[in-house]
Design a protein around this ligand. Structure first.
Ligand SMILES: O=C(O)C(=O)C[C@]1(C(=O)O)C=C[C@@H](O)C=C1
Length: 314
Protein backbone atom coordinates (compact mmCIF):
# COMPACT_ATOMS: atom_id res chain seq x y z
CA UNK A 1 0.00 0.00 0.00
CA UNK A 2 1.28 3.52 -0.85
CA UNK A 3 2.22 5.64 2.15
CA UNK A 4 -0.71 7.30 3.89
CA UNK A 5 -0.86 11.09 3.45
CA UNK A 6 -1.68 13.24 6.48
CA UNK A 7 -2.48 16.97 6.23
CA UNK A 8 -1.73 19.41 9.06
CA UNK A 9 -1.45 23.19 9.58
CA UNK A 10 2.07 24.20 8.54
CA UNK A 11 4.74 25.31 8.19
CA UNK A 12 6.80 22.45 9.64
CA UNK A 13 7.30 22.64 13.41
CA UNK A 14 3.79 23.85 14.23
CA UNK A 15 1.96 22.18 17.12
CA UNK A 16 -0.26 20.55 14.50
CA UNK A 17 2.88 19.04 12.92
CA UNK A 18 3.88 17.66 16.32
CA UNK A 19 0.39 16.21 16.86
CA UNK A 20 0.34 14.62 13.38
CA UNK A 21 3.83 13.15 13.85
CA UNK A 22 2.90 11.67 17.22
CA UNK A 23 -0.56 10.44 16.22
CA UNK A 24 0.79 8.72 13.09
CA UNK A 25 4.20 7.88 14.60
CA UNK A 26 3.76 4.12 14.37
CA UNK A 27 2.60 4.21 10.75
CA UNK A 28 4.70 5.06 7.74
CA UNK A 29 2.89 8.25 6.67
CA UNK A 30 3.82 11.34 4.63
CA UNK A 31 3.01 14.48 6.63
CA UNK A 32 1.88 17.31 4.35
CA UNK A 33 1.84 20.94 5.63
CA UNK A 34 -1.14 23.11 4.62
CA UNK A 35 -1.50 26.90 4.69
CA UNK A 36 -4.76 26.83 6.65
CA UNK A 37 -7.27 24.49 8.30
CA UNK A 38 -9.57 25.15 5.31
CA UNK A 39 -6.86 23.96 2.91
CA UNK A 40 -6.57 20.74 4.93
CA UNK A 41 -10.36 20.20 4.69
CA UNK A 42 -10.29 20.82 0.91
CA UNK A 43 -7.37 18.40 0.42
CA UNK A 44 -9.24 15.78 2.43
CA UNK A 45 -12.55 16.25 0.62
CA UNK A 46 -10.69 15.97 -2.74
CA UNK A 47 -8.89 12.84 -1.47
CA UNK A 48 -5.51 14.49 -2.06
CA UNK A 49 -4.72 13.31 1.48
CA UNK A 50 -6.02 10.40 3.54
CA UNK A 51 -6.26 12.14 6.91
CA UNK A 52 -6.09 15.61 8.44
CA UNK A 53 -5.05 16.42 12.01
CA UNK A 54 -6.85 19.59 13.14
CA UNK A 55 -7.00 21.27 16.58
CA UNK A 56 -10.52 21.58 17.97
CA UNK A 57 -10.18 22.58 21.62
CA UNK A 58 -7.63 23.79 24.16
CA UNK A 59 -7.86 23.10 27.88
CA UNK A 60 -7.05 26.75 28.75
CA UNK A 61 -8.53 28.73 25.88
CA UNK A 62 -11.53 26.63 24.79
CA UNK A 63 -12.86 25.83 21.35
CA UNK A 64 -11.04 26.50 18.10
CA UNK A 65 -13.85 28.32 16.33
CA UNK A 66 -12.19 28.15 12.89
CA UNK A 67 -12.41 24.36 13.11
CA UNK A 68 -16.05 24.43 14.27
CA UNK A 69 -16.87 26.68 11.31
CA UNK A 70 -15.34 24.16 8.91
CA UNK A 71 -17.20 21.30 10.61
CA UNK A 72 -20.41 23.37 10.33
CA UNK A 73 -19.94 22.99 6.55
CA UNK A 74 -22.70 25.48 5.77
CA UNK A 75 -22.30 25.05 1.98
CA UNK A 76 -21.81 21.26 1.89
CA UNK A 77 -18.20 21.61 0.77
CA UNK A 78 -16.87 18.84 3.00
CA UNK A 79 -19.71 16.35 2.97
CA UNK A 80 -17.42 13.28 3.04
CA UNK A 81 -15.21 14.48 5.90
CA UNK A 82 -15.72 12.82 9.28
CA UNK A 83 -13.89 12.54 12.58
CA UNK A 84 -12.25 9.14 13.14
CA UNK A 85 -9.91 9.81 16.05
CA UNK A 86 -8.49 12.31 18.52
CA UNK A 87 -5.06 13.15 19.89
CA UNK A 88 -4.17 15.15 23.02
CA UNK A 89 -0.95 17.19 22.86
CA UNK A 90 0.56 18.97 25.86
CA UNK A 91 1.37 22.47 24.60
CA UNK A 92 4.33 24.40 26.04
CA UNK A 93 4.84 27.84 24.57
CA UNK A 94 8.11 29.79 24.35
CA UNK A 95 8.87 33.41 23.57
CA UNK A 96 11.15 33.32 20.51
CA UNK A 97 13.39 36.12 19.25
CA UNK A 98 15.78 36.61 16.32
CA UNK A 99 19.06 34.75 16.88
CA UNK A 100 21.52 36.78 18.95
CA UNK A 101 19.13 39.76 19.47
CA UNK A 102 18.94 39.38 23.26
CA UNK A 103 22.38 37.97 24.23
CA UNK A 104 21.80 38.32 27.99
CA UNK A 105 18.54 36.35 27.81
CA UNK A 106 15.37 36.94 29.81
CA UNK A 107 17.25 38.14 32.92
CA UNK A 108 18.60 41.07 30.89
CA UNK A 109 15.41 41.76 28.97
CA UNK A 110 14.91 45.55 28.67
CA UNK A 111 11.26 45.69 27.60
CA UNK A 112 12.14 46.65 24.02
CA UNK A 113 9.97 44.17 22.07
CA UNK A 114 7.37 46.12 20.07
CA UNK A 115 5.54 43.40 18.15
CA UNK A 116 4.40 39.85 18.87
CA UNK A 117 3.36 37.16 16.42
CA UNK A 118 1.41 33.98 17.00
CA UNK A 119 -1.63 31.91 16.03
CA UNK A 120 -4.86 33.45 17.45
CA UNK A 121 -5.39 30.41 19.69
CA UNK A 122 -2.08 30.92 21.49
CA UNK A 123 -2.73 34.43 22.91
CA UNK A 124 -5.37 33.15 25.28
CA UNK A 125 -3.07 30.40 26.53
CA UNK A 126 -0.35 32.86 27.63
CA UNK A 127 -2.33 35.81 29.08
CA UNK A 128 -0.37 35.87 32.37
CA UNK A 129 3.03 36.62 30.77
CA UNK A 130 1.50 38.82 28.08
CA UNK A 131 -0.34 41.07 30.51
CA UNK A 132 2.60 41.27 32.91
CA UNK A 133 5.47 41.96 30.49
CA UNK A 134 3.88 42.92 27.14
CA UNK A 135 1.03 45.25 28.04
CA UNK A 136 0.20 47.47 25.07
CA UNK A 137 2.58 45.64 22.70
CA UNK A 138 1.12 45.11 19.21
CA UNK A 139 -0.13 41.54 18.64
CA UNK A 140 -0.27 40.21 15.12
CA UNK A 141 -2.22 37.06 14.29
CA UNK A 142 -0.42 34.73 11.91
CA UNK A 143 -1.48 31.45 10.31
CA UNK A 144 0.36 29.28 12.86
CA UNK A 145 2.82 29.52 15.74
CA UNK A 146 5.50 28.13 13.44
CA UNK A 147 4.76 30.89 10.89
CA UNK A 148 5.39 33.42 13.68
CA UNK A 149 8.79 31.85 14.38
CA UNK A 150 9.61 31.90 10.66
CA UNK A 151 8.80 35.65 10.48
CA UNK A 152 10.97 36.45 13.49
CA UNK A 153 13.84 34.44 11.93
CA UNK A 154 13.64 36.64 8.82
CA UNK A 155 13.39 40.00 10.66
CA UNK A 156 16.92 40.87 11.83
CA UNK A 157 16.24 44.53 12.55
CA UNK A 158 12.78 44.35 14.11
CA UNK A 159 12.25 44.12 17.84
CA UNK A 160 9.75 41.35 17.44
CA UNK A 161 9.03 38.02 19.10
CA UNK A 162 6.90 34.97 18.37
CA UNK A 163 5.02 32.60 20.65
CA UNK A 164 5.70 29.05 19.47
CA UNK A 165 7.29 25.78 20.56
CA UNK A 166 10.92 24.94 21.33
CA UNK A 167 10.69 22.62 18.33
CA UNK A 168 9.80 25.67 16.15
CA UNK A 169 12.77 27.61 17.63
CA UNK A 170 15.15 24.82 16.62
CA UNK A 171 13.58 24.37 13.20
CA UNK A 172 13.64 28.10 12.30
CA UNK A 173 16.96 28.88 14.03
CA UNK A 174 15.72 31.48 16.53
CA UNK A 175 16.49 31.93 20.26
CA UNK A 176 14.23 30.99 23.16
CA UNK A 177 14.01 34.16 25.31
CA UNK A 178 11.60 32.63 27.85
CA UNK A 179 10.10 29.15 28.02
CA UNK A 180 6.91 27.68 29.46
CA UNK A 181 5.02 30.96 29.16
CA UNK A 182 1.64 29.19 29.07
CA UNK A 183 -0.74 30.11 31.92
CA UNK A 184 -1.17 26.51 33.03
CA UNK A 185 1.41 23.73 33.06
CA UNK A 186 -1.30 21.28 31.99
CA UNK A 187 -2.12 23.30 28.86
CA UNK A 188 -3.33 20.70 26.35
CA UNK A 189 -4.81 20.90 22.86
CA UNK A 190 -7.15 18.23 21.57
CA UNK A 191 -6.75 17.47 17.89
CA UNK A 192 -9.35 15.70 15.77
CA UNK A 193 -8.21 13.16 13.22
CA UNK A 194 -10.40 13.47 10.13
CA UNK A 195 -10.83 11.12 7.19
CA UNK A 196 -12.76 11.05 3.93
CA UNK A 197 -15.40 8.36 4.36
CA UNK A 198 -15.26 7.51 0.63
CA UNK A 199 -11.54 6.67 0.79
CA UNK A 200 -11.54 2.92 1.26
CA UNK A 201 -7.97 2.66 2.50
CA UNK A 202 -8.64 4.88 5.53
CA UNK A 203 -11.37 2.47 6.64
CA UNK A 204 -8.75 -0.27 7.03
CA UNK A 205 -6.61 1.59 9.56
CA UNK A 206 -7.79 1.03 13.11
CA UNK A 207 -7.96 4.46 14.74
CA UNK A 208 -10.58 3.20 17.15
CA UNK A 209 -13.66 2.74 15.02
CA UNK A 210 -16.62 1.20 16.83
CA UNK A 211 -16.81 -2.54 17.07
CA UNK A 212 -18.31 -4.79 19.72
CA UNK A 213 -15.64 -5.87 22.22
CA UNK A 214 -15.06 -9.53 23.00
CA UNK A 215 -16.12 -10.31 26.56
CA UNK A 216 -12.52 -10.58 27.84
CA UNK A 217 -11.49 -7.16 26.42
CA UNK A 218 -11.63 -3.80 28.25
CA UNK A 219 -14.87 -2.04 27.24
CA UNK A 220 -14.19 0.84 24.83
CA UNK A 221 -15.61 4.28 25.40
CA UNK A 222 -16.42 6.01 22.15
CA UNK A 223 -17.29 9.61 21.39
CA UNK A 224 -19.63 10.81 18.67
CA UNK A 225 -19.99 14.32 17.25
CA UNK A 226 -23.35 15.40 15.87
CA UNK A 227 -24.29 18.84 14.52
CA UNK A 228 -27.85 20.10 14.18
CA UNK A 229 -29.95 23.21 13.77
CA UNK A 230 -33.45 23.76 15.15
CA UNK A 231 -36.46 25.99 14.68
CA UNK A 232 -35.66 28.63 17.30
CA UNK A 233 -39.27 29.82 17.34
CA UNK A 234 -40.56 26.45 18.51
CA UNK A 235 -40.59 26.25 22.36
CA UNK A 236 -38.72 23.18 23.60
CA UNK A 237 -37.07 22.37 20.25
CA UNK A 238 -33.58 22.32 21.77
CA UNK A 239 -34.76 20.40 24.85
CA UNK A 240 -36.45 17.80 22.60
CA UNK A 241 -33.25 17.35 20.57
CA UNK A 242 -31.10 16.91 23.68
CA UNK A 243 -33.55 14.45 25.22
CA UNK A 244 -33.03 12.11 22.25
CA UNK A 245 -29.38 11.63 23.25
CA UNK A 246 -30.48 10.50 26.73
CA UNK A 247 -33.13 8.18 25.29
CA UNK A 248 -30.45 6.36 23.29
CA UNK A 249 -27.97 6.09 26.17
CA UNK A 250 -25.66 8.75 24.68
CA UNK A 251 -24.01 10.72 27.46
CA UNK A 252 -23.65 14.42 26.54
CA UNK A 253 -20.13 15.68 27.21
CA UNK A 254 -19.87 19.04 25.40
CA UNK A 255 -22.11 21.45 23.54
CA UNK A 256 -20.75 24.17 21.25
CA UNK A 257 -22.56 26.63 19.04
CA UNK A 258 -21.65 28.69 15.98
CA UNK A 259 -23.84 31.24 14.16
CA UNK A 260 -26.04 29.63 11.51
CA UNK A 261 -25.26 32.52 9.11
CA UNK A 262 -28.80 32.08 7.79
CA UNK A 263 -30.51 34.38 10.29
CA UNK A 264 -28.95 36.47 13.08
CA UNK A 265 -28.98 34.85 16.55
CA UNK A 266 -29.69 31.37 15.25
CA UNK A 267 -27.16 28.65 15.75
CA UNK A 268 -25.64 25.40 14.62
CA UNK A 269 -25.26 23.17 17.70
CA UNK A 270 -22.36 20.72 18.04
CA UNK A 271 -23.03 17.98 20.53
CA UNK A 272 -20.41 15.50 21.61
CA UNK A 273 -21.61 12.43 23.41
CA UNK A 274 -20.06 9.24 24.73
CA UNK A 275 -21.05 5.64 25.31
CA UNK A 276 -19.33 2.49 26.40
CA UNK A 277 -19.81 0.21 23.42
CA UNK A 278 -21.88 -2.91 23.83
CA UNK A 279 -23.69 -5.22 21.44
CA UNK A 280 -26.96 -3.55 22.56
CA UNK A 281 -25.95 0.06 21.78
CA UNK A 282 -24.04 -0.47 18.50
CA UNK A 283 -26.87 1.25 16.59
CA UNK A 284 -27.50 4.03 19.13
CA UNK A 285 -26.09 6.79 16.90
CA UNK A 286 -28.02 5.69 13.79
CA UNK A 287 -31.23 5.49 15.84
CA UNK A 288 -30.64 8.83 17.55
CA UNK A 289 -30.05 10.50 14.17
CA UNK A 290 -33.30 9.06 12.87
CA UNK A 291 -35.19 10.55 15.83
CA UNK A 292 -33.30 13.85 15.57
CA UNK A 293 -34.60 14.27 12.04
CA UNK A 294 -38.13 14.66 13.53
CA UNK A 295 -37.21 17.53 15.89
CA UNK A 296 -34.42 19.41 14.07
CA UNK A 297 -34.22 21.44 10.85
CA UNK A 298 -31.07 19.55 9.85
CA UNK A 299 -28.69 17.15 11.55
CA UNK A 300 -25.44 15.45 10.63
CA UNK A 301 -23.33 12.62 11.98
CA UNK A 302 -19.77 13.96 12.12
CA UNK A 303 -18.19 10.70 13.21
CA UNK A 304 -17.49 8.27 16.03
CA UNK A 305 -14.07 7.48 17.46
CA UNK A 306 -12.32 5.97 20.44
CA UNK A 307 -12.16 8.24 23.50
CA UNK A 308 -8.42 8.62 24.13
CA UNK A 309 -8.85 9.95 27.68
CA UNK A 310 -10.83 6.92 28.82
CA UNK A 311 -8.34 4.68 26.93
CA UNK A 312 -5.51 6.19 29.07
CA UNK A 313 -7.31 5.63 32.36
CA UNK A 314 -8.69 2.15 31.51
O1 LIG B 1 -0.26 27.31 15.41
C1 LIG B 1 0.03 26.11 15.57
O2 LIG B 1 1.17 25.71 15.79
C2 LIG B 1 -1.07 25.14 15.49
O3 LIG B 1 -0.81 23.98 15.23
C3 LIG B 1 -2.46 25.63 15.79
C4 LIG B 1 -2.82 25.59 17.28
C5 LIG B 1 -4.37 25.78 17.48
O4 LIG B 1 -5.04 26.29 16.61
O5 LIG B 1 -4.86 25.43 18.56
C6 LIG B 1 -2.46 24.28 17.84
C7 LIG B 1 -2.08 24.15 19.15
C8 LIG B 1 -2.00 25.31 20.06
O6 LIG B 1 -3.21 25.33 20.80
C9 LIG B 1 -1.88 26.59 19.32
C10 LIG B 1 -2.18 26.69 18.00
Amino acid sequence: MARLRVAFLGPLASFSHQAAAEAFGKISASLLPQLSFADAFVALQNQEVDYAVIPCENSTNGSVVQTLDLLADRNDDYKDVKVCGEYYLTVHHCLLVHKGSYPSGWSGYDGSITKLYTHPQAWGQCEGVLSKYFKGVERQDVSSTSKGAEIVAKEPTEKSAAIASRFAAEYHGVDVLKENIEDRADNTTRFLILRNVLAARTAELDLGQPKATASDEQPNTHKTLISFSIDHASPGALASALLIFKQHGLNLTTINTRPSLKRAWQYIFFVECGRTLSEENMDAVVNALQDLQNVTESCRDLGTWKDQLSAQTA
